[in-house]
Design a protein around this ligand. Structure first.
Ligand SMILES: [Zn+2]
Length: 204
């Protein structure tokens, strides 16, 4: 158990308990949490959703459930038009770039993690905040997104919280720009895994 797992798909955060929505047939984040809770494997899960669209289905499914923290950072004017209420919603204006997004996560993610003290984080790592994205409305660069990943993984490492990574949106034109941004998530995840493994070695 090294604390980093992931799925090269998923992050289907728009699906509700009773219906699919917006490319999302069922909410894999919610299903995973439900299964893990049934097994007694997790008590205080935390969904960290940095996709540029609100995790509306996840927010609705866990509304009123104090043991599940739903965090969503998204563009205020983006889909879905009618938003649900997450435990914490962080909204960005159209055109926000690296500086604004990184400042927003700095100001909210570590504090939210400390407030909830999760025993598992599910990271929805959508890369549709990229400036080439057709649906994103934000202007992040590849370097800015790589920095996002480094900060997220560092915050989780320092708190010794295991993480499950899912992908999320990415609709770049050309699509290769989104592929590169998603690949960065996994490069940084691999680096994080290596650091966690090194730290767990006896004698270090
Ligand atoms: Zn999205």
């Amino acid at each position: 158990m090294h604390g980093v797992a992931g799925n090269l798909a998923g992050g289907t955060h728009h699906a509700y308990r009773d219906r699919g929505e917006a490319y999302c047939l069922f909410n894999d984040l919610a299903v995973a949490i439900a299964l893990l809770r049934t097994e007694g494997a997790v008590r205080r899960p935390f969904v960290l959703d940095l996709d540029v669209h609100q995790g509306n289905g996840t927010a609705a499914i866990f509304a009123g459930d104090p043991d599940v923290f739903t965090y969503s950072l998204h563009a205020r004017h983006n889909y879905p038009l009618r938003k649900d209420t997450s435990t914490l919603d962080v909204e960005l204006e159209d055109g926000a770039g690296d500086e604004q997004v990184l400042a927003a996560i700095d100001a909210t993610v570590p504090a939210a993690l400390d407030r909830h003290a999760p025993d598992l984080v599910l990271y929805q790592s959508g890369v549709d905040a990229l400036h080439t994205d057709r649906l994103g409305r934000l202007r992040m660069t590849h370097e800015g997104l790589a920095e996002r990943e480094r900060r997220v993984f560092a915050w989780l490492e320092s708190r010794r919280v295991p993480v499950v990574i899912t992908m999320g949106g990415g609709y770049g034109r050309p699509i290769a720009t989104s592929v590169e941004a998603s690949a960065q998530v996994w490069r940084e995840a691999r680096a994080s895994l290596a650091r966690r493994q090194a730290a767990a070695l006896p004698g270090r």
